[in-house]
Design a protein around this ligand. Structure first.
Ligand code: AHM
Ligand code: MG
Length: 335
């Protein structure tokens, strides 16, 4: 039997990756692990428990319906992170404003966390994979004072940890601390995450393209050209590619990360900045894909170099195998 490494052991081993940290990040990762286990048990019951599954009849700031499970997950992660006393603030896709912990312990927290508690929530009621995304940054404001907006509006390249949980046919936690990407699979019978996918590397190229192609007529001519490129025949580059779109970004991204491919959510005439949020969705995924050897762009600029202006900012997003992203940029920029 190979040596089995649990997430708990891995977190302790990796503490050395943060020479400046004294266990705070390890405690934050443990909080995320705990919240994930609790959320996993609720998601597995989602089809049974009307109370959790049903819509709330309220909308979040972006005018989208909030499902009960979204709100449950939002509170769960906020409470789990707050309890570890290491964060000075949290921003969530489900909250209009950032949450600042004003008490003394909160003011002394060194980190801010940004989360999308449930991504792909429209998929809950049809039993399709959903996920959670998180990003951790060191605060830029002074320790001992309340967190400020600047702490949340940092460029993605400042992330110290980013990860996602995919609630699929099994539940996996995949994260990076800036030293590669590792994936852990959950065994619900014993309540333990095991290191199942060490040092994930995305294939340099692949043959999967993932996009909501139903929106084709709303895309720019350049994006349309790239879609035509994906569908045209060329045996040297494995084309035509295979189209795969679950409509749950984490699931589409996760498959492409392991198999090679490109995920796309472009701007369109009805969504001029695309749909995905820079802070909660694109930056963490961009950090992960780069750490796995891939690339992420808005079409012309590396996602991790974008300067956020507001919490709920959206951006066009293209991420995946480096050669495929490179080819996409060539076509989008008409080179
Ligand atoms: P959500 O955070 O409100 O769930 O929205 C994000 C999701 C992504 O997971 C997915 O890729 C995208 O929305 C799908 O959007 P569309 O139905 O427009 O293709
Ligand atoms: Mg979401």
């Amino acid at each position: 039997m190979n040596k089995i490494i649990t997430l708990g052991e891995f977190i302790i081993q990796k503490q050395a990756d943060f020479p400046y940290a004294k266990g705070e990040l390890s405690r934050l990762l443990s909080a995320i692990r705990l919240a994930t286990k609790v959320l996993n048990s609720q998601i597995n019951k989602a089809g049974l428990v009307d109370d959790i599954l049903g819509g709330m009849g309220t909308e979040n700031i972006q005018g989208e319906d909030q499902k009960k499970l979204d709100l449950y997950a939002n509170e769960l992660f906020i409470n789990a992170l707050k309890a570890r006393n290491e964060v000075c603030g949290i921003a969530s896709e489900e909250e209009d404003r950032s949450i600042i912990f004003e008490n003394e312990v909160g003011q002394n927290g060194k980190y801010v966390v940004l989360i999308d508690p449930i991504d792909g929530s429209s998929n809950i009621e049809v039993n399709v994979s959903i996920g959670t995304i998180f990003a951790i940054y060191r605060r830029v404001s002074k320790i001992g004072t309340p967190a400020t907006t600047k702490d949340f509006l940092q460029e993605g390249k400042q992330q110290v940890v980013a990860g996602y949980v995919i609630f699929g046919s099994s539940t996996m936690l995949v994260f990076t601390t800036g030293n590669g990407v590792n994936g852990f699979t959950y065994d619900p019978s014993v309540g333990v995450f095991y290191l199942s996918h060490p040092n994930i590397k995305i294939p340099k190229t692949g043959n999967i393209y993932s996009i909501n192609e139903g929106q084709y007529e709303y895309f720019s001519p350049e994006v349309q050209s790239y879609i035509k490129y994906c569908k045209s025949i060329d045996s040297k580059t494995n084309r035509p590619y295979t189209g795969r779109y679950i409509g749950s970004m984490i699931a589409d991204f996760h498959r492409n990360l392991l198999k090679g491919g490109i995920y796309m959510y472009p701007a369109s005439s009805n969504l001029p900045n695309g749909k995905l949020r820079l802070l909660y969705e694109c930056n963490p995924m961009a950090f992960l894909v780069e750490q796995a050897g891939g690339a992420a762009t808005n079409g012309s600029t590396r996602i991790l170099d974008l300067s956020p202006k507001e919490l709920h900012q959206r951006t066009p997003f293209f991420a995946g195998s480096p050669e495929m992203v490179n080819q996409l940029e060539v076509i989008l920029q008409g080179k």
